[in-house]
Design a protein around this ligand. Sequence first.
Ligand code: AMP
Length: 462
Amino acid sequence: MCGVFGVFNHPEAANLTYLGLHALQHRGQESAGIVTSQGGTLHAVRKMGLVAEVFTSEVFAQLPGRVAIGHVRYTTAGGSLPKNIQPLTAEARHSSIAVAHNGNLINAEQLRDDLEEDGSIFSSQSDTEVILQLMARSRAGGFVERLIDALGRVRGAYSLVFTTDDRLIAARDPHGFRPLVLGRLRSHPDCYVVASETCAFDLIEAEKIRDIAPGEILIIDEAGLQSVQMRRETRRFCVFEHVYFARPDSVLDDLSVYDARIAMGEQLARETAVPADVVVPVPDSGVVAALGFAKASQIPFEMGLIRNHYVGRTFIEPKDSIRHFGVKLKLNPVPQVLKGRRVIVVDDSLVRGTTSRKIVKMIRAAGAAEVHLRISSPPVISPCYYGIDTPTRAELLASTHNPEEVARYVTADTVRYLSPEGLMQAVRGDSGVTYCTSCFTGEYPLRFTPPQGRRQLRLIEV
Ligand code: AMP
């Protein structure tokens, strides 16, 4: 769960990257970083915190150059520590390199053990550093050849942006698990940008050219654009990006997230309608699906819960104590909408059930006559190994509880989910577009055996 951004050939590259990262802030709120390249020298600013906290106007003076990459981070591999903040940088034999990564490598632990065995030393816990180490050790000729060499050995999900020697390089894993899109600035057609989501382009007035293809390495430099196709596997774009993670104003792999969520809500209504007076979304994640639900069921849509926007997504904080507290900080019911009404409350997903339980209780306390929870995705039953933070199987409520048991736990009158077929229909899976649905099905495109116990933390820097 991270966002990446890159700019080639703009006098204010760092500033554009700042804006791009701001639009991608929903993809990670723990840390932010920008690295610029000028005459082959890298300049880096990386800190814990939100984009607007990390980058003040004085900071931009320290980020010269016409090429920049940036990253917003939410930890899925390695601890939430300063040494893991991206972009990561390395001074290698041939040049300095910076890299920003969205995704999760499933064989990083194994590769790291092998590399350490062989004498490599690591300065972070990030799985991304393995790529830099493999490149540094490669005997291949140029940067791109070394990158191909390294990516040939890693397995898993990666959408990467690099800068080295004033070039911008983008790469996407052979399955295309996570999004990555190429665009250009309308005002400077020779200024190229790369981002996790198109919403980052809208802010800087860039137009989308195309998605980076699964298995593609794209090199952007003075000579123009050069594309190298590595091996390519069956497309496995993460369906959870459409369900929850991406912003609804983004277009991912040619499908509008907004359209997909409306279709999920409509389909959910067709599959699970119940007599009710009002459809209420869980803001913000359930809003678009709830609109689709209301449209298809012809039950009025109302905002029965109001969100305080000055707290981050509740789930995103890594500590349990903060998450439990977070729901109250974030949402407040509107009794005028809920009192005496039969309420359908729509959310995008059910993970641990802790948030839903608090929300249902809140709606009941505000006087609702009935509460029917509708989830615009199938039950989450398996952890994600490709970059979405999900708890272990034991903590996933739906992996051990049927809808009736979940309803009892969250204190709802009924709980229903969108069917897997309904989800596929909403994201055009029925017309042959393929996805990774491992969190809903337990079927993993790449086999992963979780390492026994976590790597021991040997250096903690505050
Ligand atoms: P819960 O009721 O505790 O299962 O939490 C479900 C809520 O968490 C839903 O509102 C989702 O929008 C949100 N959610 C689902 N997956 C994630 C995730 N990986 N990170 C943060 N929030 C999530």
